[in-house]
Design a protein around this ligand. Structure first.
Ligand code: SF4
Length: 355
């Protein structure tokens, strides 16, 4: 296959990673995504007052997509198969919360059978994972990433709106037991909310031999309440972790990796820092996103989306969809503009895009 027939953008980046959102719904209300609880409102109110910022702009009005707009498993599998034929290798199933999609393991089985998918992963909040883990493993899921922003049950509830820490911890243990490898855990760190837990989260990674990711807070929340003062820069997180642990830089060969990684000197576990706000990594971005309702997003912060549904449902042949995918990828944004005067937050929240 020639380079021109692959998914290469105008900046020479080749797409290798497709994130597939299978539902826009979620059973959590995370403060950095769908801050709809009283506790979330209180947290932001206090922060806005303390920073003497004007009140947050009007929240994004969220409407769940009607079921008829959501791609069927067959439609998703077709898009993935075509994208893989054009060079995509890694597929990550996301949401919303992907485990809310009924029979998601059937989709996973279909995706696992597509020749050329070398890495099949899922990002989940973990709440339903204990019920689904075995079926997912048997269906061919290779890796799982949990979102877990706190180890303190009260803080966990404050952040997610759900009293769910115990289920998520059970999910993490079960994932290790079933041989998902590596088991990853992601935490979004927000100043004044869970930044005091950075060290204990890292200790947890070491104890459980996990791959733990600390992620900077990004402006993708439905409340549009993100403020740069709430971002804990990656460098600050690293300084704190280095003060507590002896860390060794991990070998990194893939320039498109979003995390800078370290291992603990005593061998177990690994931490990574994902700093899209303070140290953007757009130059090596090889990611595309397919939303649950069939739109391709070429960047987390895209302001335009490209609808594949009319082609998928209008009887278009594979070649037409492939040509459309190439054309869409050529329009991929060079980088995000967070923190710049021209930055506009996309209408889709994290819950609709998936991580
Ligand atoms: S912000 Fe957009 S271009 Fe930058 S790394 Fe994320 S998805 Fe890629």
């Amino acid at each position: 296959m020639t380079r021109s027939s692959l998914l290469v953008d105008a900046h020479g980046r080749m797409m290798r990673d497709l994130r597939v959102s299978v539902t826009d719904r979620c059973n959590f209300r995370c403060l950095y995504c769908l801050p709809e609880t009283e506790e979330a409102a209180d947290f932001y109110r206090v922060k806005f007052d303390a920073l003497k910022n004007p009140a947050p702009p009007t929240p994004i009005t969220r409407e769940w997509k009607p079921r008829s707009h959501i791609l069927s498993f067959e439609e998703i599998e077709r898009v993935v198969r075509l994208a893989v034929g054009l060079g995509v290798e890694k597929v990550r199933v996301t949401g919303g919360e992907p485990l809310l999609r009924q029979h998601v393991e059937t989709l996973v089985r279909g995706l696992a059978q597509i020749p050329g998918v070398t890495d099949l992963a899922m990002t989940t909040n973990g709440f339903l994972f204990p019920q689904k883990a075995r079926a997912l493993r048997e269906a061919g899921l290779q890796r799982v990433s949990f979102s877990m922003d706190s180890l303190d049950p009260d803080n966990f509830k404050k952040i997610t709106g759900r009293d769910g820490l115990r289920s998520v911890l059970a999910g993490v243990d079960l994932a290790r037991e079933l041989g998902f490898s590596p088991v990853k855990v992601n935490a979004v760190i927000i100043r004044g909310l869970n930044d005091h837990e950075i060290e204990s989260l890292a200790e947890f990674a070491r104890e459980k031999d996990l791959s733990f990711r600390f992620i900077e807070f990004m402006p993708l929340d439905s409340g549009r309440a993100w403020q740069k003062e709430l971002v804990v820069p990656g460098r600050e997180m690293l300084r704190r972790l280095q003060a507590r642990f002896e860390l060794k830089p991990a070998k990194q060969s893939n320039p498109s990796e979003t995390a800078r990684r370290w291992t603990f000197a005593d061998g177990r576990g690994e931490i990574g820092i994902i700093a899209p706000v303070s140290e953007p990594f757009c130059g090596h971005c090889n990611r595309l996103r397919l939303t649950a309702d069939g739109k391709i997003r070429t960047c987390l912060f895209s302001l335009t989306e490209h609808d594949l549904k009319p082609l998928l449902r209008g009887g278009a042949p594979d070649e037409t969809i492939e040509a459309r995918l190439r054309e869409i990828v050529r329009q991929k944004e060079e980088r995000h503009h967070i923190g710049e005067p021209d930055f506009v937050q996309p209408e889709r929240t994290m819950s609709c895009i998936g991580g």
